[in-house]
Design a binder for this molecule. Structure first.
Ligand code: ADP
Ligand code: MG
Length: 697
């Protein structure tokens, strides 16, 4: 049994190590920066860099890297050694404050959405002291933000940090106004639950679709899927358990508080949940978790799939973004407390979230849009593409009472009587869960459940923070003018909830009735990325980001272009992979099998005309007919991909074309391919089957 408290954070330059290794004044100055967001002095940076380097070298490191999150959707790193020549043919290990603070990767090959031309290559990474440095593979990793020479934001971390600052500043003003004067800083917290698939590496290596696109593009269903509901929370297989234990240890060493693990609904699907941290650290840690998940799988002869929909017919993978706001005095602002009916502070923050989600439902929708997540949202396995909020019976009753001006009486926590003497009775939660809601209140936090499993959580979180900050600013402006704060507060809460309660829906989000009802309520229902993303650049949304100083109008347009371009490229890669599989393997496999059938029939007939060739000829006929359609469809798809050239200069039109034309044809081609797979000898079929992949670990 390993000593977990000792192991936890052993690869992190954490608070304890800083305290041990930094001069007292340096440590204090650094803490001020981390806690209060105060700017950092170069002399402090020099001392920190030196202490970091000494620790890293003691731990066997030779290199450091500025680790950042460009718009590619994955993290980036460029490694430099600590080597410093002393002029006499010798070297020492050096690391200066300047090197800690500023890095200079070439920015020209990262997506910039047209902000940067290739010749304008300079980009900078800047140390983020609020997220601790750590060691991986003998390299010191320094979390950084990334911008261009001219200052444009080229990453996901910068807007997140800005949104956290913004929300803190306005929330503090509001709290001060309400008489909560000890609060000087407010932080958003996030606990991201992460779903993933784990499959055997041998199966993965035999599937070009998994290798190139992360999902299967062909694959007839296995005889068994998830219908018996025997995988969810089921006993964990030895091989998976060994992986999970190893993963936990790797994450703990990196200071990532992995807490919960279990099997998920689909065969081969699992989940990991950490304990929540600040949004910024939770984002870095989630990116790191996904990387460590993949690396650890390799050691076990496994592959970890983070795609949102690796397999048709069984559930895909998502990520639940548990989000709350708390103060530096230790108060969770979304905790209703014992008497929410008297807790005006809670009601005001609740009203801010309700108004934000209602007014910016389109942003929340588009921030979770991706080619992968398009397979899930609205497919009755994940929340629908319609954004609504679930508050639970108690809070909904409170909201209704406020809106109707009636008295509210809480039911309180009821006793749960187990009815068995040896089982202890306990207090029930005040409301049940709603697994179908995209944005559900869960006691003292909101759970945004529509995220795809591979998404960088920075984007949904900076949008969420920014929209709530905006609503709080509006509240502040209104409240600060009030003569009688208490009645102004009550009136504001009532007015806000009345105007925005249309976003609240406690029922079954999967039902057809809800789609109709949502339409009546005027809620948006954007079924795919191109539909959703089109609204990124709506004036209301641009105004939100610009007014709150999160990103500029040019940067929003850049992000919009990057997302649409990325989407089109992903679908294109999928289509090309399908064509490759169809032409190089599937068609030849079926031809070879049909040849065996017809050869056999001929041989039988030659032997004796009375031998029945029914099996061979009927199967050969059926497969030949399907193959003809399949080959024609392959050609159609090829032409459709070429047709995208007509939309080269319009990212939105190109993305729509890929969705409506190319993606639609891919579905038709797959259907024919899967039908042939079901009828073709396993000896001839060129790829591992769904059964082998999903039940192969
Ligand atoms: P579930 O039953 O959905 O797994 P849990 O209560 O276990 O719910 O919490 C799920 C996630 O929510 C965990 O990552 C947990 O750390 C996180 N969480 C709990 N409280 C907060 C909070 N105040 N802010 C953000 N995340 C939180
Ligand atoms: Mg959950």
């Amino acid at each position: 049994m390993k000593n977990v408290p000792e192991m936890f954070g052993s690869m992190v330059f954490n608070d304890r190590k800083m305290q041990e290794r930094l001069p007292r004044t340096t440590y204090k100055a650094l803490k001020k920066t981390i806690k209060n967001g105060e700017p950092l002095d170069i002399s402090v940076a020099n001392a920190v860099a030196n202490a970091m380097k000494d620790w890293a070298v003691e731990m066997g490191c030779t290199h450091y890297t500025h680790w950042f999150q460009p718009m590619t959707g994955i993290t980036a790193e460029k490694h430099d050694s600590f080597l410093y020549p002393t002029g006499d043919g010798e070297v020492i290990m050096e690391f200066s404050g300047k090197e800690l603070i500023k890095g200079e990767p070439d920015a020209s090959s990262f997506p910039s959405g047209g902000i940067r031309a290739t010749f304008e290559a300079r980009g900078y990474t800047t140390w983020d002291p609020t997220s601790p440095a750590f060691i991986r593979d003998k390299t010191l990793y320094i979390p950084t933000a990334f911008c261009s020479y001219t200052g444009e934001v080229l990453d996901k971390k910068t807007p997140l940090l800005r949104s956290m600052e913004k929300l803190s500043a306005v929330a503090v003003k509001v709290l001060q106004l309400l008489g909560n004067t000890e609060v000087t800083r407010v932080t958003t917290t996030v606990g991201p639950e992460q779903e993933y698939f784990l499959i055997d590496k041998k199966m993965y290596d035999a599937r070009p679709d998994l290798i190139y696109t992360g999902r299967t593009l062909f694959g007839a269903p296995a005889p068994k899927g998830q219908e018996l509901e025997d995988h969810y929370f089921g006993s964990i297989k030895t091989r998976v358990s060994a992986y999970m234990n190893d993963l936990d240890e790797e994450l703990w060493k990196l200071g990532i508080p992995a807490k919960t693990k279990h099997n998920e609904v689909a065969p081969s699907q699992h989940e990991l949940a950490p304990i929540f941290e600040t949004s910024n650290i939770a984002t870095d840690h989630n990116e790191l978790t996904m990387e460590v998940m993949k690396k650890t799988a390799e050691k076990h002869g496994l592959v970890c799939l983070l795609h949102e929909k690796p397999f048709a017919g069984v559930n895909g993978s998502g990520k639940h973004n548990n989000w709350s706001i708390s103060t530096n005095t230790g108060e969770n602002l979304l905790d209703p407390g014992k008497n929410p009916e008297d807790n005006l502070q809670f009601q005001l923050f609740l009203a801010a979230v309700v108004k934000a989600v209602h007014e910016y439902q389109d942003l929340l929708r588009l921030t979770v849009a991706s080619a992968g997540n398009d397979h899930r949202l609205g497919a009755n396995e994940a929340p629908p593409a319609i954004i609504s909020m679930y508050l639970g019976d108690d809070l909904e009753a409170l909201v209704n009472a406020i809106v109707e001006g009636k008295e509210y009486k809480s039911n309180g926590k009821a006793d749960m009587l187990t009815g068995v003497d040896v089982l202890p009775d306990f207090k029930k939660d005040t409301s049940d869960r709603n697994r179908t809601s995209p944005f559900a209140f869960t006691g003292n936090k909101f759970e945004f459940r529509a995220l795809g499993s591979s998404l960088n959580i920075a984007c949904p979180n900076y949008m969420l923070n920014t929209m709530v900050a905006e609503e709080l600013s509006q509240f502040y402006e209104e409240l600060k003018k009030a003569d009688d704060l208490n009645s102004a507060l009550k009136a504001l809460i009532k007015k806000t909830l009345t105007e925005h309660k249309n976003i609240i829906f406690n029922g079954d989000n999967y039902s057809e009735d809800w789609v109709k009802e949502a339409e009546k309520r005027g809620l948006c229902n954007y079924r795919s990325l191109p539909e959703a993303m089109a609204h990124y650049v709506d004036k209301k949304n641009v105004d939100l980001f610009v007014k709150n100083g999160i990103v500029t109008e040019a940067e929003i347009h850049a992000r919009y272009d990057i997302e649409l371009d990325h989407y089109a490229k992903q679908i294109k890669i999928e289509a090309l992979t399908m064509l490759d599989m169809a032409e190089k393997n599937i068609t030849p496999s079926v031809i070879a099998f049909v040849k065996e059938l017809t050869d056999t029939a001929l041989a039988k007939k030659a032997l004796s005309s009375s031998l029945s060739v029914y099996a061979e000829s009927s199967l050969a006929e059926e497969l030949s007919e399907k193959l003809e359609l399949f080959v024609k469809k392959t050609d159609e798809l090829k032409k459709a991909v070429a047709g995208a050239a007509d939309y080269q200069n319009d990212n939105l039109a190109r993305a729509k074309y890929y969705r409506e034309t190319v993606f639609a044809l891919m579905g038709e081609l797959r259907e024919l391919g899967d039908a042939m797979e079901s009828r073709t000898s396993a000896k001839y079929w060129c790829y591992p089957s769904y059964g082998e992949i999903l039940f192969g670990v």
